[in-house]
Write a protein that binds this ligand. Structure first.
Ligand SMILES: *[C@@H]1O[C@H](CO)[C@@H](O)[C@H](O)[C@H]1NC(C)=O
Ligand SMILES: *[C@@H]1O[C@H](CO)[C@@H](O)[C@H](O)[C@H]1NC(C)=O
Ligand SMILES: *[C@@H]1O[C@H](CO)[C@@H](O)[C@H](O)[C@H]1NC(C)=O
Ligand SMILES: [Cu+2]
Length: 396
């Protein structure tokens, strides 16, 4: 509650006590670019969330999802230990189904890989990933981390993710950059957009294996899946054990071009319906061809750069930072929703990637699951994060 009071004071100081969703012109450009506006918006969203509790979810048991830097160093170590606990647990998939899955962590990556052609650039994108994060948060709780899943505020690291405490390679980080590989050519993303000019990414500050920090020994096993042809593929191959290192290419351009404070804050303040919010957040080339990638792609490419696992649309959860960048995406979505939850509880899009192959529109009555870890839930159950079933979390 202390936190909430602090936020309300911040809002009063900014003169923002209105019940209507704020607009872009309510903020100075400097407040937007420095992150102050986004912080204030998070505060309004939090205050509103406290009026939306339902079921068993209460102020006394709600999980607070915090930015990595707002978590004490001992607690960051505790979180990292819980991640390693998931990585050390054996796979629970039926024998032979995914022979390469050795650990529970591999299973969870598979839960994303097997659906990757259905849950990106499709109507289920935002809510599948929200439910997927919840799955991981639930497994973390069984491993001793009962607080909320941390998130990574990209805007704080616009100077370069290689300078961030999230990636400094210490025992309170998610590991360092990949080993620097010089003289790499720029890379053209092959799979994102069959409709528009290709997106070119310049090499970042890594490019090789992550060798420092808690995840230097982390193994990537499943994949790679073929992305050069007609993504989405039904990943028939790529299920074997192809053990290799985790690759990163921390990349400042990912934040500067697509995931800055300005980009996130504008998204929240400019978009008034789920169509605009969703297609802009994901940079859907059919609807916003001049703004490819979106904050979602920006976050991924700021970690994965060229050739890094976090930039792989099928097996990106192999990078333990995946959960923090998607936490941030879900936070932006959550802030936007909470500013006007009743009007922002809808979905937009069909059931397949870029509607290839064509599929019906998704509706809030449709269900999504994270098999075998979480049962099917109707999309409408996944809108309010404090409704108690299944969610009980807020972002601070
Ligand atoms: C993202 O914001 C930066 C400024 O932080 C701006 O230069 C860039 O054009 C924005 N990108 C998009 C896609 O709007
Ligand atoms: C939903 O939006 C409409 C039109 O923008 C507005 O009149 C209405 O008050 C909003 N509903 C709620 C519950 O805020
Ligand atoms: C699917 O949604 C789009 C966009 O809202 C709409 O134009 C289209 O008519 C819908 N299709 C069907 C079959 O309802
Ligand atoms: Cu995904």
């Amino acid at each position: 509650m202390k936190l909430l009071t602090g936020y309300l004071l911040l809002l009063q100081a900014a003169g923002l006590t209105t019940a209507l969703p704020p607009k872009l012109e309510d903020f100075k450009q400097q407040a937007i670019d420095s992150g102050l506006a986004l912080k204030a918006l998070n505060g309004i969203a939090l205050a509103k969330a406290f009026t939306k509790f339902g079921g068993t979810c209460k102020p006394s048991n709600v999980k607070y999802r915090r930015e990595w830097r707002s978590i004490s160093k001992p607690n960051r170590r505790k979180f990292i230990a819980a991640v390693k606990c998931i990585m050390a647990k054996p796979s629970t998939l039926p024998p032979g189904e995914v022979p390469g899955a050795k650990s529970l962590y591999d299973d969870i990556v598979w839960a994303h890989a097997r659906r990757s052609g259905l849950v990106h650039n499709s109507g289920t994108f935002l809510l599948f990933h929200r439910y997927y994060l919840h799955t991981y948060e639930t497994e973390l709780a069984s491993c001793g981390w009962t607080s909320g899943l941390p998130y990574w505020e990209w805007g704080l690291d616009i100077a370069g993710p290689h300078l961030s405490p999230v990636f400094d390679g210490s025992d309170t980080s998610l590991g360092g950059d990949g080993e620097f590989i010089p003289d790499r050519p720029p890379f053209t993303i092959p799979f994102i957009d069959p409709f528009n000019p290709p997106i070119v990414i310049q090499p970042g500050t890594g490019g090789g294996c992550v060798t420092t920090g808690p995840f230097a020994d982390h193994k990537v096993r499943l994949g790679p899946f073929d992305l050069t042809g007609t993504f989405p593929v039904e990943p028939a191959d790529g299920r074997g054990d192809n053990e290799r290192c985790l690759i990163r290419d921390l990349n400042k351009a990912g934040i500067e071009r697509w995931a800055s404070f300005r980009n996130s804050t504008q998204l929240i303040l400019e978009q008034e319906d789920i169509f605009g919010f969703h297609v802009t957040a994901e940079g859907d080339p059919r609807w916003v061809p001049s703004k490819p990638m979106g904050i979602h792609g920006g976050g991924h490419s700021s970690i994965g750069g060229i050739g890094g696992h976090a930039a792989d649309p099928v097996i990106s959860p192999y990078d333990p930072a995946f959960w923090l960048t998607h936490g941030q995406l879900d936070r932006i979505y959550w802030i936007w929703q909470m500013l006007d939850l009743e009007n922002r509880s809808d979905v937009f899009g069909t059931g397949t990637w870029l509607n290839i192959p064509p599929s019906p529109n998704v509706t809030v009555e449709d269900s999504i699951d994270v098999l075998p870890h979480q049962p099917p839930r109707k999309l409408k159950e996944l809108m309010n994060t404090v409704a108690g079933s299944p969610f009980c979390f807020v972002y601070v």
